[in-house]
Design a protein. Structure first.
Length: 274
């Protein structure tokens, strides 16, 4: 993959997600000579990645010989107001701020940036670490078509990229795809525990649950059928799967729980947003 960077990429925050994005960008062909990293103490594995790629790692960056093409903001939400003003002083007229900070809205980010700054807010999820993530992004009016294409290229290194025009949609997006991996992992936990309760030993139940969730996800991805059709194909009338789905599909079953869970996550996202 080629990246149309017209200057350096400054990664601010090399934690778990920032490091995952950097790793995928480098694996996709991004020239490490174009990358600078600002982080006072990245995790050991990310620090090793940065060192191996001979990328400059600095606790703070006060000046650059040329403005960055992109500032990729990947700090913890509570550090945004502390870090962003210093980064804004490094920005030039063509700098794109690409933020993956949860709960920080375009308007809140713009407060710290030069007037008219180009800002994209993106929400990836944790499968980004293996290039299987999905990112939903929204751009402010200052973003040019070329800058939006660049943001799409960069986030495309970690998986699919979808764009919305209404920033308010990022709260339910976060509730579905951002938090969604945790729901899937919980399903695997519960399935393994149910297997143990039915008499399987712990190791076998864990193996079956992991393989079933992973294999089903792969089938869903590769099939042209809907999730509902795939479910119906597994379900024989009067069979064992049908008996289980009568429980999961009941009035107090999985759909009601999932709807309530996503609503709760959406509500909390709106409460935390700035």
């Amino acid at each position: 993959m080629s990246f149309t960077l017209q200057g350096p990429l400054l990664l601010a925050g090399a934690g778990r997600m920032g490091g995952a994005i950097l790793s995928r960008l480098l694996a996709s062909g991004l020239d490490p000579r174009l990358v600078l990293v600002q982080d006072p103490e990245p995790p050991v594995e990310v620090a090793d990645l940065i060192a191996d790629a001979c990328i400059d790692l600095l606790p703070f960056i006060d000046e650059l010989t040329s403005p960055p093409a992109v500032i990729l903001l990947a700090v913890k939400p509570q550090l945004t107001e502390e870090v962003l003003p210093g980064l804004a002083r490094l920005a030039g007229p063509g700098t794109l701020l690409l933020s993956i900070v949860a709960g920080r809205r375009l308007a809140g980010l713009a407060v710290h940036m030069p007037e008219g700054a180009a800002i994209v807010r993106a929400m990836p999820n944790t499968p980004a670490a293996i290039g299987r993530g999905v990112t939903v992004a929204v751009a402010n009016p200052g973003v040019t078509p070329a800058q939006q294409a660049l943001a799409d290229e960069l986030m495309g290194a970690v998986g699919d990229v979808l764009w919305v025009e209404d920033e308010a949609l990022l709260d339910p997006v976060t509730a579905v795809s951002g938090s969604g991996p945790a729901y899937v992992f919980l399903l695997a936990e519960c399935l393994a525990e149910a297997g143990r309760a039915a008499g399987l030993d712990a190791e076998l139940a864990e193996q079956l649950a992991r393989a079933t969730v992973a294999g089903s996800a792969a089938l869903l991805e590769q099939s042209d059928l809907s999730a509902a059709s795939l479910r119906q194909n597994v379900t024989s009338p009067g069979g064992t799967t049908a008996a289980a789905l009568e429980v999961l599909g009941g009035p107090e079953g999985l759909q009601k729980l999932m709807t309530a869970a996503v609503a709760a996550a959406t509500k909390r996202g709106r409460e935390l947003a700035k």
